[in-house]
Write a protein that binds this ligand. Structure first.
Ligand code: UTP
Length: 292
């Protein structure tokens, strides 16, 4: 079985739920305290053993490329001011992984975005970390998914239950239990943004999938699906109906950085953990809570 060393981060969406800010700042570059959302995705991949990461961007998202690059001028200026620790941290970020960028020239959907990665991926299984889904967990979710792949040798989708009335915003999975497994099931079908009454269950894919390379032929043959976009879910549904794919209810807290509430929650959680802000933020939140 081939080792998984490559990941894709599709980050070329329009980010309409985060307008107006996303008009000028890519939502993947919105900060969680002092690090952009996309940093956490790269960190999760690297901690899982991924060495090569392709970020799918568009013409308005150069800030991501700048963040993972090293500005010699900036680092020299920091060093001249004696800020060697800060300069070293920037170098550390630039050296995290081999990071590649590719522009999706038209925003035609997540399936289309992943399809652009074919020549980067080649004939290997690979992870996909959706650009706006941040997960805080002890064991990186990508690693949890790789463990399932190594056991079953099939594509894996990362799932969580969502309130049934919200499943229409996501996708809905048909799953069968597996003897001896608690959090892993076999997914035999799925539907993107189901109309009321069409849901299989309240299990949805949230932010992480690990795919075998046969998905690319399926993506190439896709017709536009929900919202007129080429949906990755439609490609994975074909794989699920043909052979089954594994569904892992992963362990971790997910924050949707593409939504205003998810952005605020992630900042509060990380702000409470941060050594420079934790104590005062806790005090502030306590006094604020008394007024609510
Ligand atoms: P979303 O549907 O959550 O992102 O896609 P979006 O389209 O930016 O969101 P809204 O609804 O307009 O606010 C899931 C992931 O797929 C990427 C997005 O950047 C996001 O990380 N994506 C989506 C692409 O890379 N290309 C696309 O054509 C569509």
């Amino acid at each position: 079985m081939k080792r998984i060393t490559k990941a894709i981060i599709p980050a070329a969406g329009l980010g309409t739920r985060m307008l107006p800010i996303s008009h000028a700042v890519p939502k993947e570059m919105l900060p969680i305290v002092d690090l952009p959302a996309v940093y956490y995705l790269v960190e999760e991949a690297v901690k899982s053993g991924i060495t090569d990461i392709l970020i799918i961007t568009n013409r308005d998202k150069d800030a991501m490329e700048d963040f993972f690059d090293l500005s010699v001028e900036y680092s020299t200026a920091l060093a001249a001011k004696g800020k060697t620790k800060e300069a070293a941290r920037l170098k550390e970020i630039a050296d995290m992984a081999n990071i590649y960028f590719l522009r999706q020239k038209e925003t035609k959907g997540l399936g289309h975005a992943v399809g652009r990665a074919r020549s980067f991926v080649g004939d290997e299984p690979f992870a996909v970390l959706y650009g706006d889904d941040i997960v805080f967990s002890d064991s990186p979710v990508c690693r949890q998914m790789m463990d399932v792949y190594e056991k079953y040798g099939k594509s894996v989708v990362g799932v969580k239950p969502v309130p049934i009335e919200q499943v229409q915003k996501y996708c809905s999975l048909k799953v069968e239990p597996i003897d001896g497994e608690d959090r892993v099931t076999l997914c035999t079908d799925m539907i993107e943004k189901p109309k009321p009454g069409w849901e299989f269950s309240n299990l949805s894919i949230l932010g992480r999938v690990l795919l075998t390379p046969d998905v690319f032929d399926i993506i190439d043959a896709l017709e536009p699906g929900a919202g007129g976009e080429y949906q990755l879910t439609d490609a994975m549904a074909k794989m699920a109906r043909a052979d089954g794919v594994m569904a892992l209810e992963y362990i971790g807290d997910r924050y949707d950085m593409g939504s205003k509430l998810g952005f605020l929650k992630a900042n509060i959680v990380k702000g409470l953990e941060h050594p420079e802000t934790g104590d005062e933020l806790r005090e502030f939140l306590r006094s604020l809570a008394e007024t609510l």
